[in-house]
Design a protein around this ligand. Structure first.
Ligand SMILES: [Fe+2]
Ligand SMILES: [Fe+2]
Length: 216
């Protein structure tokens, strides 16, 4: 299968180069997080037959939504992802500013630039209890939170939060229910990802093998 970024238009590819260079200097997972999110975006857009003008705005918003983490001091990446409200707000604000500059440079219109930058500037609003100013941000939010069920993110969160996988899964389900942003395709993706996680995080086969060895 082609890498997700091979599906980008020429204009998006130019923007992606700028975004990726920043993401590589953000939190350790920001680049892979964004690449995976682009994959969810393409799948949801195709499955739900998004109109071209929606796709045209959401794809750059996905690419740019977390560039702000690279633009704030690493010590503000508190808890490596479990940031204080202040850091969350800052990564959205600074990210939106830089996103605007990059979008204009890549040839997006003033209106497109404004709408995408708004999405970047408010994508984490549910964490701080604020509504979205641009209704399209809901799509970005859906794509962003699906990542929580990605095995890379899930494994990282189990380690960083030091909680059992089943408790983390419960927290994620609660978050999804609270935010209520999953579309039918997002729900299907979440279900598929959850099944994959459950089988991967089941009691390791190795434990069973050890028990078997002990009884021999
Ligand atoms: Fe973010
Ligand atoms: Fe994100």
């Amino acid at each position: 299968m082609l890498p997700t970024t091979a599906r980008l238009t020429t204009q998006e590819t130019a923007l992606w180069k700028q975004a990726a260079a920043l993401l590589a200097h953000g939190r350790p997972w920001d680049l892979v997080h964004t690449e995976e999110c682009l994959g969810y975006a393409f799948e949801i857009a195709a499955s739900e037959r998004w109109p071209p003008d929606l796709r045209r705005l959401v794809i750059p918003a996905v690419m740019l939504h977390d560039i702000g983490w690279a633009l704030i001091p690493p010590e503000k990446h508190e808890g490596r992802g479990y940031s204080r409200e202040e850091s969350r707000i800052e990564h959205m604000r600074i990210g939106a500013q830089r996103a605007g500059e990059l979008l204009r440079k890549a040839g997006y219109s003033e209106e497109e630039t404004r709408r995408v930058a708004t999405m970047v500037g408010e994508h984490d609003n549910p964490y701080i209890g604020k509504p979205f100013a641009n209704p399209d941000t809901r799509h970005l939010r859906e794509i962003d939170i699906l990542w929580r069920l990605n095995p890379i993110s899930f494994g990282k969160d189990v380690a960083l939060l030091a909680i059992p996988p089943e408790d983390l899964l419960k927290r994620i389900r609660e978050q999804f229910a609270r935010e209520d942003v999953l579309s039918p395709t997002g729900t299907r993706l979440a279900e598929e990802m959850e099944v994959a996680l459950l089988s991967a995080f089941e009691k390791p086969i190795i434990e069973q093998e050890r028990r078997n060895e002990g009884t021999q």
